[in-house]
Design a protein around this ligand. Structure first.
Ligand SMILES: C[S@@+](CC[C@H](N)C(=O)[O-])C[C@H]1O[C@@H](n2cnc3c(N)ncnc32)[C@H](O)[C@@H]1O
Length: 229
């Protein structure tokens, strides 16, 4: 069972890339002339010099735009690619899904000649976001069990530069990282359809209540959140 064959059906509608995040990813890739995108999904943040996208879900592959790099249906743990096949390999918002993280990162190291870029999140920060901490402890626990620590990623890479990527509140991407949390009323639009932890047990009551339509939800603190179920 490939999770994103179910939860990825609306991916391109709910999780568009944000140009500010994209600029940081492009800068991290530096002057790499060829890139292999692992866990590529629908191709968010994929630079023009991408030579191959590797993705296990046909539903995600089907959402790749016309003209995008060729995609092969495969997993990070066994890349169907020769050693040192590209200048760089990148893995964006995907390592928490891999069944064998160490094997997947070993594969990134095998195929990349010069650079590896991984974009993930620090679960210690996300779990302290008030909405998650106070209202979605089960979603936090779900991600606690799956999200690799940034330091572990760096260890598996044999050392790495760790750069914080601050997600603007106005970011286009509908991931759990796009959060408000400042004082005063905050408008948050959550996209629960295409985010695995939000489909965990924690959000079932919300999704049932929503009946598929957008619903305005008023938690404590006077904050208004629009939850798209
Ligand atoms: C949150 S999406 C990210 C997609 C894309 N990288 C992006 O930034 O929009 C996670 C992707 O990882 C893929 N994935 C899951 N398990 C994988 C594995 N073992 N190897 C490679 N990709 C995997 C999923 O199918 C999904 O497309």
């Amino acid at each position: 069972m490939i999770a994103y064959d179910t939860i990825g059906v609306t991916y391109t509608a709910t999780r568009q890339p944000d140009p500010r995040v994209g600029a940081l990813i492009a800068a991290a890739l530096g002057d790499a002339r060829s890139v292999i995108n692992v866990g590529a999904g629908a191709g968010s943040y994929e630079p023009p010099q991408t030579v191959l996208a590797v993705e296990p879900s046909p539903v995600m592959i089907s959402q790749r735009p016309a003209g995008a790099a060729a995609a092969v249906q495969a997993r990070a743990e066994a890349l169907p690619v020769a050693a040192a096949a590209a200048d760089a390999a990148m893995a964006l918002l995907t390592v928490h899904h891999w069944a064998d993280l160490a094997a997947g990162i070993a594969e990134l190291r095998r195929v990349a000649r010069r650079r590896i870029v991984i974009f993930s999140w620090d679960q210690r920060v996300t779990r302290e976001f008030w909405l998650v901490r106070e209202y979605l402890p089960e979603a936090a626990a779900f991600d606690d069990a799956r999200t690799p620590a940034v330091e572990r990623l760096a260890d598996l890479l044999g050392g790495a530069r760790i750069e914080p990527v601050l997600i603007p509140m106005t970011a286009a991407t509908g991931s759990a990282s796009r959060t408000g949390g400042g004082p005063g009323p905050t408008w948050i639009r959550w996209c629960a359809r295409a985010c695995r932890s939000w489909r965990s047990r924690a959000t079932r009551p919300w999704r049932r209540d929503c009946g598929g339509s957008r619903r305005t939800w008023r938690p404590a603190r006077g904050t208004t959140a629009t939850v798209t179920c």
